[in-house]
Design a protein around this ligand. Structure first.
Ligand SMILES: Nc1ncnc2c1ncn2[C@@H]1O[C@H](COP(=O)(O)OP(=O)(O)OP(=O)(O)O)[C@@H](O)[C@H]1O
Length: 469
């Protein structure tokens, strides 16, 4: 492995890296930095925690120092927290340049952002939805001369998940110059490779780590098989064990819904565990504040939805617990990648019910790793089962007495209005679709029954017919 200087970076940047304890380039940096400095588009696919951020921040800063102007570089990323983290890397590594960066994300004041954009920052780090809003509503800034477009977590930006970025991306791409360098990074690029190649047009340099597995070796990947109603008791037991056995630890617990996130937080607090949550139904300022408290180890336990699954770099996290088995291997890879970063060790424990076993198989198939069982003292878990379940129920009742569900409904309607849709029409459309789905299901069932009936009849006929001599 060479050093940063041999990759073509200037002394001042190498020094900045040293200040941050970054001495030797990681493989993704060693391979992608020279290609980017040569002026090529780049697709970089490397495991979680392998230093992909610096692999694009360093060459951009190098080029910016040679020909400084604003707005030089646009970085798009799927979550607001990640946008702040990336901006911080630019700020720290680019300090000697007097770098001006601007963060444009939802949930924060739009006027302040518009002002900052009009001040010609060198680097803009944004989530697509809010930046597209600025593009539609303001003519006080121009991105027609940017040199770099970077899509971090590029596959997420292009897939049509519950938050669909594709429309906003189209709008943003429309104001960018065709002549630019496009850099795409993620730990899971491969499923979306074709779409990505069409964004990075100039025969992009493609680099993927050659490892057999898709998760890091330093990660100990475990599972616990549990009935649904014993899950929470296992969770409390695990947290108690970590608290008893380690002084210095922190854990992220991933769960599937905002409501569950809220209930689990309330429940663990009832057991006096220092717990804090992060999900999309929280106010943005609260999200940032909670994350900051978790990073500073004021709270040792973060309960989050998949809004925290990608990119977040918190070195103190030694444990990731999946309270639900992720439905997609890709989500599993990103979630467990919040620990065992930059060569550190870590452990992930996935709670698996009998209905999720097929999901574990597809995770194992995709990651090319076998999950092993995490040994638990069952007796201890059963001792606390009733107490845990009663506490959970109490928390559920307490949450129901607040306006949590109502807020969720209001948020959904707001989102629809923002997308230019009529909430009433959407509700009608949904009801119609549901009706059709139910009819289809009924029809399918009927066909299935008829086939089975026919099958039984022919079987019966065969057994009653005399066999020919
Ligand atoms: N060359 C290096 N040597 C040591 N540490 C490094 C090096 N480059 C980056 N790091 C550190 O490694 C950590 C992980 O880096 P980064 O967040 O860029 O990972 P990533 O590959 O983007 O992960 P993810 O896929 O989860 O987003 C950071 O704390 C970063 O400061």
């Amino acid at each position: 492995m060479g050093d940063f200087q041999s990759l073509g970076l200037s002394n001042w940047l190498v020094k900045q890296c040293k200040h941050l304890g970054i001495d030797k380039p990681t493989p993704v940096q060693e391979n992608c930095v020279p290609a980017i400095l040569e002026g090529r588009d780049c697709l970089g696919c490397a495991k979680t925690g392998s230093g992909k951020t610096a692999a694009f921040v360093l060459p951009v800063l190098q080029k910016l120092s040679e020909d400084p102007y604003g707005i030089f570089c646009l970085v798009l990323t799927p979550t607001r927290e990640l946008a702040y983290q990336i901006a911080e890397q630019f700020r720290v590594l680019g300090k000697p340049l007097g770098l001006k960066e601007c963060i444009v994300v939802g949930g924060m004041d739009m006027v302040t952002q518009a002002l900052e954009l009009s001040n010609q920052p060198h680097v803009v780090v944004a989530t697509p939805g809010r930046l597209a809003d600025h593009v539609r509503s303001s003519n006080t800034f121009s991105m027609s001369k940017i040199k770099f477009l970077i899509l971090d977590e590029a596959d997420r930006l292009l897939e049509q998940g519950c938050t669909d970025f594709t429309k906003d991306l189209e709008e943003i791409l429309g104001i960018l110059p065709a002549k630019r360098q496009t850099l795409l990074f993620s730990a899971t690029l491969t499923d979306t490779l074709q779409e990505l190649k069409s964004i990075a047009m100039n025969k992009p340099f493609f680099w993927e780590s050659t490892s057999e597995t898709r998760t890091v070796e330093e990660l100990d990947q475990r599972y616990i098989l549990t009935p649904e109603k014993v899950k929470d008791a296992y969770l409390v037991h695990l947290i108690q064990t970590f608290t008893d056995e380690h002084d210095d630890w922190s854990v992220i617990i991933f769960t599937n819904t905002c409501k569950n996130c809220q209930i689990l937080t309330m429940m663990l607090r009832e057991f006096n565990f220092p717990t804090i949550s992060l999900h999309s139904m929280m106010k943005q300022r609260q999200r940032f504040a909670n994350l900051a408290k978790f990073k500073a180890s004021v709270y040792k336990i973060l309960i989050a939805t998949d809004v925290a699954a990608r990119g977040l770099d918190i070195p103190t996290v030694q444990v990731v617990i999946n309270h639900n088995t992720p439905g997609l291997p890709k989500i599993y890879i990103h979630r467990v990648g919040r620990t065992a970063r930059a060569g550190r060790n870590g452990i992930s424990i996935t709670l698996v019910t009998q209905y999720d076993i097929h999901l574990v198989h597809s995770i194992e198939e995709q990651t090319k790793t076998k999950l092993t069982e995490y040994p638990v003292k069952e007796k201890e878990v059963h001792k606390i089962l009733t107490q845990v379940n009663v506490t959970r129920r109490e928390c559920e009742i307490r949450l129901e007495s607040t306006d949590f569900d109502e807020k969720k409904e209001i948020n959904k309607r707001k989102q629809l209005i923002l997308e230019g849709k009529d909430p009433e029409l959407e509700a009608k459309r949904k009801a119609e679709l549901e009706k059709i789905r139910k009819q289809k299901k009924k029809f399918k069932q009927k066909i299935q029954e008829t086939i089975q009936k026919k099958h039984k009849q022919t079987q019966k006929k065969k057994t009653t017919e005399p066999t020919p001599p």
